[in-house]
Design a protein around this ligand. Structure first.
Ligand code: DSN
Length: 430
């Protein structure tokens, strides 16, 4: 029997799971195959290394550890304390912060802990509006943060797609929010942390930099750091940082106690120790010189992809990108974002449909798609491949408009062939 290529999982890679629950094992195997065969362009996704994957599946899972190292409510923490101390030390060293809390379960709980630390229900908070590229937890109405707090929202200019700092200052001075969030989920340009910090100082607000999308770029020196400017930094660990699904809060020493108290006992119970371990591994990997190369390659690939899309007549919000992310407005192509995203999925190109600033369409059926280069860069694709990727997107969007399933199938074949030559990190090797 021929061996499957290195990136293709084989059933025996999860022998205990396959024996105990073949139905579930088959689904895991199918997902591995999907992740291996497709071109994954969702900018908030990545491939973790085999080491991160192993750490997140360890017996650390079996242990309860409410509290912090040296101050737990359960005994038997001889090893867990060291794991968490390692993760904290690595986070502080990598980002250059006084304090790190590695316990938040994910980005939304991390942000909620910030509210708990610095605000009272009903207080005014300020963030970028979700349809402009912000995040639900930055005070948007349907989120608990918009229901329990009074969210006031800023956006980007319609003509440039860039943050209008005069408008941000005016709103902040008028509303005097307790918290100002900068950062978001669909921002293709460099975040000017210094400008936000100046406004927060004037308004007497705590500045929270949500760097979930760009944490890996910051760690790798491919985006300026918020550390000199923000009071608190919130980040997930699984996007460009290439760690497990988790989060961290970084802060100046003066805020350390408030942050820790808010995460536990304020909001959460026991930390997920297996995730803490995997975060520690990811932080170690992100401290290596090769990660700097990775972060810069992510940006170079995104810029090359943006150029290749512009050359094919695509409308990109803000005209391009400075980071890992590209927001495409498909209005001029006469193809709604959702139709395009679903067609591209059938072509083996995984994106998400997304609102664009001032979108006349609804969030569940918006005008745009959001793409990014963290995953394809993890697989080793370079700027030399970005013209091909843009060509596939172009053909895919045109096929979506024309309802041409054969064209989508043809792209899927080409995508599978290229991705087969670039094994994905972390996927089971035989
Ligand atoms: N789900 C994340 C993203 O895709 O950007 C935000 O929480």
């Amino acid at each position: 029997m021929t061996q499957p290529p290195a990136h293709q999982p084989a059933a025996h890679q999860h022998p205990a799971l396959a024996a105990a629950d073949p139905e579930l094992a088959a689904l895991v195997g199918a997902e591995e195959r999907l992740q291996a065969d497709t071109l994954r362009l969702i900018p908030s996704e990545n491939y973790v290394s085999a080491a991160v994957l192993e750490a997140s599946g360890t017996v650390l899972q079996n242990k309860y550890s409410e509290g912090y190292p040296g101050r737990r409510y359960y005994e038997g923490q001889q090893n867990i304390d060291q794991v968490e101390r390692l993760a904290v030390a690595r986070a502080k060293a990598l980002f250059g912060t006084d304090h790190a809390n590695v316990q938040p379960y994910s980005g939304s709980p991390a942000n909620l802990a910030v509210y708990l630390a610095f605000a009272e229900p009903g207080d005014t908070v300020m963030g970028m509006a979700l349809p402009m590229g912000g995040h639900l937890t930055h005070g948007w109405g349907v989120s608990a943060t918009g229901r329990w707090f009074r969210g006031v929202q800023y956006g980007v200019r319609e003509d440039t797609g860039l943050v209008d700092f005069d408008a941000v200052r005016e709103l902040a001075l008028k509303e005097r929010p307790k918290l100002i969030f900068c950062g978001g989920t669909a921002l293709p340009r460099t975040i000017d942390f210094a400008a936000f910090a100046e406004i927060a100082r004037e308004a007497g607000a705590v500045l929270v930099a949500d760097i979930a999308h760009i944490a890996g770029l910051i760690a790798g020196g491919a985006h300026p750091s918020p550390v000199p400017h923000a009071d608190v930094i919130s980040t997930t660990t699984h996007k460009t940082l290439r760690g497990p699904r988790g989060a961290m809060l970084l802060a100046r020493e003066e805020h350390a106690k408030a942050i820790d108290k808010a995460v536990f006992p304020g909001l959460q119970g026991g930390p997920h120790n297996q995730t803490t371990a995997a975060i520690a591994v990811a932080l170690h990997e992100a401290a290596q010189p090769s990660f700097r190369d990775y972060a810069h390659a992510v940006v170079a690939n995104a810029r090359a992809l943006a150029d290749a899309l512009l050359a094919r007549g695509f409308d990109l919000v803000s005209g391009g990108t400075d980071n890992h992310l590209i927001l495409m407005d498909l209005t001029p192509k006469n193809v709604p974002g959702k139709i395009a995203a679903k067609a591209l999925d059938r072509a083996g190109i995984v994106v998400n449909y997304n609102t664009v600033p001032y979108d006349p369409r609804k969030p569940f059926d918006p005008s745009g798609i959001r793409i990014g280069t963290p995953s394809l860069t993890s697989r080793g694709l370079t700027t030399a491949h970005m013209d091909t990727v843009a060509e596939w997107i172009d053909r895919g969007v045109r096929a979506a408009g024309a309802g041409d399933e054969d064209a989508l199938l043809k792209i899927r074949g080409e995508v599978g062939e290229l991705m087969g030559a670039f094994p994905a990190p972390g996927l089971t090797a035989t």
